[in-house]
Design a protein around this ligand. Structure first.
Ligand SMILES: Nc1nonc1C(=O)NCC1CCCCC1
Length: 247
């Protein structure tokens, strides 16, 4: 998968993607990142990339042409069709389902805004999809782009080893929150390890983990829990969690 980043700080995203699973995906040629800086396409004495907003008000707006020329250079760098995504709080919320959809594309071009944003005419003419990673305002789209790069990189075939795939699947497969995890030392002032995890009884351990995932999702993110879609066994586990929790 090829991802082109259009940004005033293209190295920002490249740095975020240089570590761990994403860095390894690049080493394995499962993912390639390419940066394009609109400032390299800015003309005139001051090579402006922004200007004051029509209608007045604070801040600056990114100019159309340097962005558009950088986008076109990115498009031209590879024959594969590119899906252009603009990272912005005004976008639709990024979900794992959307990550899966985007991860299946041969190419993405991620447009990162700065200042107060980008001239709307550029968005209307060049952007396929506006996405938000959450309801808060960052200083630029680069951190959001790095989040998206990480999430789609993990889904590239061969990016994760078996253990990592299992961990990914446990959350991704049914959209529940993950269960708690514990490791050595067994004895610690901060508390005990749940007995069931020491039992060696894999059926009981799986049952406990599923119950904890269901219970946590119910407590913390009821919006993710579609109880109607739960099977009989899951409903029984959730009931067991509730009765223990509400006792
Ligand atoms: N939240 C977000 N999700 O995706 N992007 C986000 C963001 O906060 N981006 C910064 C803004 C800053 C002004 C220009 C446009 C991007």
């Amino acid at each position: 998968m090829r991802i082109d980043i259009v940004s005033l700080f293209p190295e920002f995203v490249a740095q975020c993607a240089a570590f761990g699973v994403v860095g390894r995906a690049q080493e394995r040629a499962l993912l390639s990142l390419h940066g394009w800086n609109p400032r390299d396409y800015a003309t005139g004495n001051y090579r402006r990339v922004d200007d004051r907003p029509f209608g007045g008000g604070p801040g600056m707006v990114m100019l159309i042409d340097p962005l558009r020329d950088a986008l076109n250079a990115a498009r031209a760098a590879d024959p594969a069709d590119a899906r252009v995504v603009y990272l912005t709080p005004q976008g639709t919320r990024l979900t794992q389902a959307k990550v899966r959809e985007l991860a299946a594309h041969p190419r993405l071009v991620l447009l990162c805004g700065r200042y107060e944003g980008v001239d709307e005419r550029l968005i209307e003419a060049e952007v396929d999809e506006e996405l938000s990673i959450g309801d808060y305002v960052l200083s630029g789209g680069e951190l959001a782009a790095a989040v998206l790069v990480d999430a789609v990189a993990r889904l590239q075939e061969g990016a994760l080893n078996d253990a990592e795939s299992a961990a990914q699947d446990s959350f991704e497969s049914d959209g529940l929150l993950d269960c708690p995890h514990y490791t050595r030392p067994l004895e610690h002032p901060l508390g005990q390890v749940p007995e069931v995890l020491l039992s060696g009884n894999h059926a009981q351990i799986a049952r406990w983990r599923r119950m904890e995932s269901l219970g946590r999702t119910w407590l913390r993110r009821p919006d993710l829990l579609d109880e109607a879609a739960l099977g009989k066994a899951d409903r029984a586990l959730l009931e067991a969690f509730r009765s223990r929790y509400l006792r």
